[in-house]
Design a protein around this ligand. Structure first.
Ligand SMILES: [Zn+2]
Length: 255
C-alpha cells in the first residue's frame, strides 16, 4: 500500500451523505489519508467547511465553479475573499472556463475566473482549475496574472498545451480518464511527462475508472490511477506515489 493524496475529490456533495464515514475510512485503508476538496458554489461553502472539519486529512478549497455560473453573483467574490481569510484553505477553486456546455456565458465566466486568479495571487494560494474546450483561454489568463501556481484538473489537452502549463509552473491532474485505453493522447503525455507536474485525482463522485462505468467514484479507488500511471511510465508504483504525493504537499503546502 502506498501513501497517496487525492488532489480532487468532491467528498462534501450529497452523493456521499449516506455513508461519508465509510468512504473516508475505505480511502484511508487504501492509503489515501489526504484529500483536497474543492468547492462548487457559494451555497455549499459552509457545508464544505463542516465536512472538512469533521475528518482529519480533508482540506478544502473555496471557489466558484464555471458549470454553476447561474448560481454565482458578483457579491460572492467578496464573500470568497472573506471565507479565504477566515478558513485559510489550501487553494482557490474550483474555478475555470467551460466552453463545452451551451448556455454558460463565456464573458461572465471569464469575469469570475479572472477575479479568482486575482484572489489567489493576493492570498498566495494555488488554483484548482476546471476547463473543457477552453484550455488556451485558461492558459492565457494564467499568463496575464503570472506568477501563479496551481493545477489544471482532469487534464485533456494536447502535449503542447500541457507544456505551456508546465512552463507557467502549473501541474496537471490525472484521474479516471487515463485508465481507458482509448485515451491515447492523454496516456502518451502521462507516459513521458516530467513527474514533478503530475498530480493524481479521482474527481469523486464523477469520472469513474475503467471497469466502474456508471458507478459512483470514490477516493479509495485512487490506487488504480496510480497503478495505471506507473505502468504507462514503466516506473514502480512506489516511486510514482512518492513523487506525486510530494508534488501535492508542495503545491498545497500541506504539513
Ligand atoms: Zn471538480
Amino acid at each position: 500500500m502506498h501513501d497517496l493524496i487525492d488532489s480532487h475529490s468532491h467528498l462534501d456533495v450529497e452523493d456521499f451523505d449516506p455513508d461519508r464515514d465509510a468512504v473516508v475510512q475505505r480511502a484511508r485503508d487504501a492509503g489515501v489519508a489526504r484529500q483536497i476538496v474543492p468547492a462548487i458554489a457559494q451555497s455549499g461553502w459552509n457545508r464544505l467547511a463542516a465536512v472538512c472539519r469533521q475528518f482529519t486529512g480533508l482540506y478544502p478549497a473555496y471557489g466558484l465553479h464555471p458549470l454553476f455560473l447561474a448560481q454565482h453573483q458578483p457579491s460572492h467574490l467578496d464573500e470568497l475573499d472573506h471565507i479565504i481569510e477566515r478558513e485559510q484553505p489550501v487553494a482557490v477553486g474550483e474555478c475555470g472556463l467551460d466552453h463545452h456546455i451551451e448556455g454558460l456565458d463565456p464573458s461572465s465566466q471569464l469575469d469570475y475566473f479572472e477575479a479568482q486568479l486575482k484572489l489567489a495571487g493576493q492570498h498566495d494560494l494555488p488554483l484548482i482549475i476546471h476547463t473543457r474546450q477552453a484550455l488556451d483561454g485558461v492558459t492565457a489568463c494564467i499568463r496575464r496574472h503570472a506568477p501563479l501556481r496551481g493545477v489544471v484538473h482532469s487534464f485533456s489537452g494536447s502535449l503542447q498545451q500541457a507544456q505551456q502549463l508546465w512552463k507557467l509552473g502549473f501541474c496537471i491532474g490525472i484521474g479516471g480518464p487515463v485508465t481507458y485505453e482509448r485515451a491515447r493522447r492523454l496516456r502518451e503525455i502521462v507516459a513521458h511527462m516530467p513527474i514533478e507536474f503530475l498530480l493524481l485525482e479521482t474527481d469523486s463522485p464523477d469520472q469513474p475508472m475503467h471497469g466502474y462505468q456508471g458507478q459512483r467514484n470514490e477516493p479509495a479507488l485512487l490506487p488504480q490511477v496510480l497503478a495505471c500511471v506507473a505502468a504507462l511510465r514503466g516506473e514502480s508504483e512506489a516511486s510514482v506515489a512518492a513523487a506525486t504525493c510530494a508534488n501535492a504537499v508542495r503545491l498545497f503546502r500541506l504539513d
